[in-house]
Design a binder for this molecule. Structure first.
Ligand SMILES: [Zn+2]
Ligand SMILES: [Zn+2]
Length: 326
């Protein structure tokens, strides 16, 4: 893999360049089709999958511009690095991997919380079915929204751009297989540390309890550390897609849907403050769902506290008697 091809890359383009990964990917698609038909007795969603491929084709047109612009910028920044990490040392690789995965977490979180970035990233969340074709749904406007800023701190610190990009590629390849309903929860130590299909299903779900959770790239530890982790709950099946589900299978419409909403809201705003919030504030359509999320959290905590109180009461005859006397 050379220094520049991965700029603006995606799981599918890395997979398609490697025959072994491509065969594994094709096998995964085949298993998913069979599993959905014979185990779930559901449709695979061929039109949605075709739309996903259309989005990937559109993005591949934008990609060469991204590679050209970003490769030069990263190499230029590296000239002004603060330190020089020796990439022949194993610990340099551990550091760059942890750094890249940490920055991925925060960039992904910003993409959900800042509308300007959400306009691009919402494309990835536009599918209403979870399958490996979700990998193909990536926005076309990454250059405009600034997702390429993600790794600049590492390059400025002194990690070679090729090393940063290699670890980023690892994270992207990892994500290629976790977009599926077919694989349940894994061995619990894996679920504790890694971003798994179960954790990523939660990330793609629009249920209030799941919205804007599990931003991880490869390690789920960041979500656990920064309060955005949510376990997939058996009693709450994932309902996928955007808050206002998008039914279109037109790739161009999907790619620009949220940009259209953003422009509409900016034009409808009556003050500069409102215009700014419409463009860079928290995405408005998710606000109501988040309020519901907060309400459910309070209810859950209350139920938990009541449950604890009840079990306390039942385990302590004296307290039960006192409660009965009240
Ligand atoms: Zn996301
Ligand atoms: Zn995803």
């Amino acid at each position: 893999m050379n220094d520049t091809t991965v700029f603006g890359d995606s799981p599918y383009s890395i997979v398609f360049r490697n025959p072994e990964l491509l065969s594994a990917f094709a096998l995964l698609v085949l298993c998913e089709i069979v599993w959905r038909k014979f185990v779930r007795h559901e449709e695979y969603g061929a039109a949605e999958a075709a739309a996903s491929v259309g989005i990937a084709i559109g993005r591949s047109i934008a990609k060469p511009i991204m590679i050209f612009a970003l490769a030069g910028l990263y190499l230029l920044i590296y000239e002004y690095r603060l330190f020089t990490f020796d990439m022949t040392k194993w610990w340099s690789w551990v550091l760059v991997f942890l750094g890249a995965d940490f920055l991925y977490y925060w960039m992904h979180r910003f993409k959900h919380e800042i509308r300007w970035m959400w306009a691009d990233h919402s494309v990835h969340h536009s599918g209403n079915r979870m399958n490996v074709f979700m990998n193909f749904r990536l926005g076309w406007t990454g250059l405009i929204v600034g997702t390429w800023l993600m790794h600049l701190p590492l390059v400025l610190l002194g990690f070679a751009p090729s090393a940063v990009i290699t670890t980023y590629a690892l994270s992207l390849v990892w994500q290629a297989w976790i977009h599926t309903d077919m694989i349940g929860k894994l061995w619990s130590p894996f679920e504790l540390v890694l971003n798994t299909p179960s954790h990523h299903r939660v990330h793609h779900a629009r249920n209030p309890v799941y919205l804007d959770k599990n931003y991880a790239g490869l390690l789920i530890i960041w979500d656990r550390m920064f309060g955005s982790f949510q376990e997939e709950l058996e009693e709450e099946p994932c309902d996928y897609g955007l808050v206002q589900q998008l039914l279109s299978v037109n790739p161009v419409k999907i790619a620009f849907n949220e940009w259209g909403n953003l422009i509409h809201d900016v034009r409808a705003a009556t003050s500069w403050k409102q215009r700014f919030i419409a463009a860079f504030g928290y995405p408005g359509d998710k606000k109501a769902v988040l309020e519901e999320q907060a309400r459910l959290k309070v209810l859950r905590e209350k139920a938990k506290a009541d449950g604890a109180h009840t079990s306390d009461a039942s385990s302590s005859p004296r307290r039960s008697a006192a409660a009965a006397g009240e």
